[in-house]
Design a protein around this ligand. Sequence first.
Ligand code: ADP
Ligand code: MG
Length: 316
Amino acid sequence: MIEISNLVKNYGSKFAVDDISFKVGKGEIVGFLGPNGAGKSTTMNILTGYLSSTSGTAKVGGIDILENPYEAKKLIGFLPEQPPVYPDMTVNEYLNFVYEIKRCKLHREKHLAEIRQVTKIEDVKTRLIKNLSKGYRQRVGIAQALVGNPPIIIFDEPTVGLDPKQIIEIRNLIRNLGQTHTVILSTHILTEVQAVCDRIIIINEGKIIADERTENITKVVEENRRYSVKICGPQRDVLSAIREIPGVVYAEITGERELDSYTFHVEAEKGLDIRKPLFHAMSQRNWPIIGLEPIGMNLEEVFVKIMDADLARKKA
Ligand code: ADP
Ligand code: MG
């Protein structure tokens, strides 16, 4: 459905996208994950014909977006990072306007009603867009992408700026769309792609550093064995006792203190659950553990892990 080959985009000496290639098959939901400035929007804007590339090609349904933008664009519904919503139109006026410019041939009333239903904007159809909440505006942005029923949906950071409830709703909506469409969405949030996508492409500094099934990335991330532990006891002695536990590869005092408890960060060697040995070691000395929670990895750490795993695999 989508084929990007050796795509490059540079601004002067800065490479926003630096030789990216990937394919997306029919019906896949692919997450494009990377920190801010990674090159996600640039790639998506090229793929959707909003931006030209310096070199390389982007094909949609076998059609080169540069050579035949009109035909290629018909296959794509796009929600850009800044959705092009017209504040002084009502939702209905706007969707009709999009219907016109896309020269949509589907039954107008029926088609637009279906889209309003799927995106749950029926109750605001006569409201001015400028009076809508951010969550509703985002849904109107998604609605315009669905006009013409394109087989490919591309969303650039669809949940940015939404509250947690709206995020869940939009994610569900995207997952549902994924049952009948090919979907690419970009995000800088790992849990978002884990929640929604079958496959994750990780991009950093304009380069793809991983392209994996979601479960493989999740496996790498779950190998994380770091905990933040709150223990009541003499700080220095507790630290030495933790360090004596077999399998502990790292332990440090965080400086956090609450009444008579101190917080420590503890990391165990790979494949070992340190929680039980930690409990026994502390209970032997009568130092209660009053809190224990895993420390999640941030995106940078995930990158490092994935690159390590990738290197290890290449060596094997
Ligand atoms: P992302 O969407 O992953 O946050 P972008 O694709 O927006 O990243 O940007 C990638 C890099 O290209 C960034 O370093 C950004 O500053 C740079 N960039 C994007 N657009 C322009 C532009 N019009 N002029 C110069 N640099 C740009
Ligand atoms: Mg972006």
